[in-house]
Design a protein around this ligand. Structure first.
Ligand code: C2E
Ligand code: MG
Ligand code: MG
Ligand code: MG
Length: 297
């Protein structure tokens, strides 16, 4: 190790950079194989009404069950975006999630949120892909919310990125809604509200970790949370506070008038079956409902 460290002084590529590069290449290759091996699994986390606790929708969150263990999206989504694999990966998530969510929507009126990256939305057939996932699953457009982060859009785009705006507008004509994810963490949050067709704002966890702490930093965070909640209300945009972990945080957000919430306090991301259990009484898939016997008329 000492020898390698010494060598790095004169190398053009730092050994660690090369290691990371190899890691990313391997990750990309693994990801491609994972798609075919069905190792990309969608989990779901509830979004609730802060007033009633009722589950309003679920957010699809991708996990990679690799032979070497579970890999989280923060690790492989950036690689998928860089390599373009996000297009087939995103398609897989969309189709899987719409198929799963159909029953939850039919039985309980529970909607579905799916994260999409800017690169996906810039595909010329992005709208057709979404519409075909909806059509094949039977999930109506009004049940679907696409979540987009400001940073995802920044990669190669501007807040007024004409292609993204037109794709989202076409989808909205089919009832699909658009949420800005991780709101407040990007460079031009307010510009996105101005230029993008937006229906829902998800307030980043950075502003929702609210405690009764009298300290200066906590006071600032409360002030920012209050301002964002008010901004959303005055724009008629339902706000979802992300990453709520404690009762105190939920109480504070409720007191600010934030209508919706999400976080470990209400439920972690879980496999599909656990959402069935959580919602209770979800009808079984059609395949196991006994077919009536007797002669056809
Ligand atoms: P996100 O869309 O902002 O999703 C919320 C993240 O916060 C999730 O992390 C979730 O597990 C986590 N979280 C939820 N409640 C709490 C809480 O109370 N405390 C804390 N500390 N964390 C909480 P996850 O599942 O690791 O996903 C990370 C990010 O990866 C997502 O952030 C999203 O940007 C991206 N991602 C996930 N699935 C997909 C996908 O299918 N497509 C794309 N393009 N991106 C995805
Ligand atoms: Mg999200
Ligand atoms: Mg988020
Ligand atoms: Mg995030």
């Amino acid at each position: 190790a000492a020898k390698a460290a010494g060598k790095s002084q004169v190398c053009v590529f730092h050994p660690r950079m090369r290691l990371e590069q190899t890691g990313r290449t391997q990750l990309a290759e693994g990801l491609r194989a994972a798609l075919n091996r069905d190792e990309l699994v969608v989990h779901y986390q509830p979004v609730v009404s802060l007033d009633t606790g009722e589950v309003l929708s679920v957010e699809a969150l991708l996990r990679w069950e690799s032979p070497d263990g579970l890999i989280m999206p923060d690790r492989f989504i950036p690689v998928a975006e860089d390599t373009g694999l996000i297009v087939p990966v995103g398609d897989h998530v969309l189709r899987r999630a719409c198929a799963d969510a159909r029953r939850w929507y039919d039985a309980h009126g529970v909607g579905l949120h799916v994260n999409v990256s800017g690169r996906q939305l810039r595909q010329p057939d992005a709208v057709d892909r979404v519409l075909s996932a909806l059509e094949d699953s039977g999930l109506p457009g009004r049940a679907l919310v696409l979540e987009i982060t400001e940073t995802a859009l920044l990669a190669g785009g501007q807040p007024d990125d004409a292609l993204v705006v037109s794709q989202l507008s076409r989808l909205r004509e089919h009832g699909v809604r658009v949420a800005i994810d991780d709101f407040g963490t990007g460079y031009s949050s307010l510009a996105y509200l101005q230029h993008l067709p937006v229906d829902i704002v998800k307030i980043d966890g950075a502003f929702t970790r609210l405690s009764a702490d009298p300290g200066d930093e906590a006071r600032r965070r409360r002030a920012l949370a209050a301002a964002i909640v008010d901004l959303c209300a005055s724009l008629d945009l339902p706000a979802v506070a992300e990453q709520i972990e404690t009762d105190d945080e939920a109480d504070a957000l409720r007191a600010l008038g934030c209508p919706h919430g999400q976080g470990y306090l209400f439920g972690r991301p879980v496999p599909r079956d656990e959402i069935d259990t959580l919602l209770g009484g979800a009808p079984r898939p059609a395949a196991v409902i006994p077919t009536p016997v007797g002669p056809r008329t």
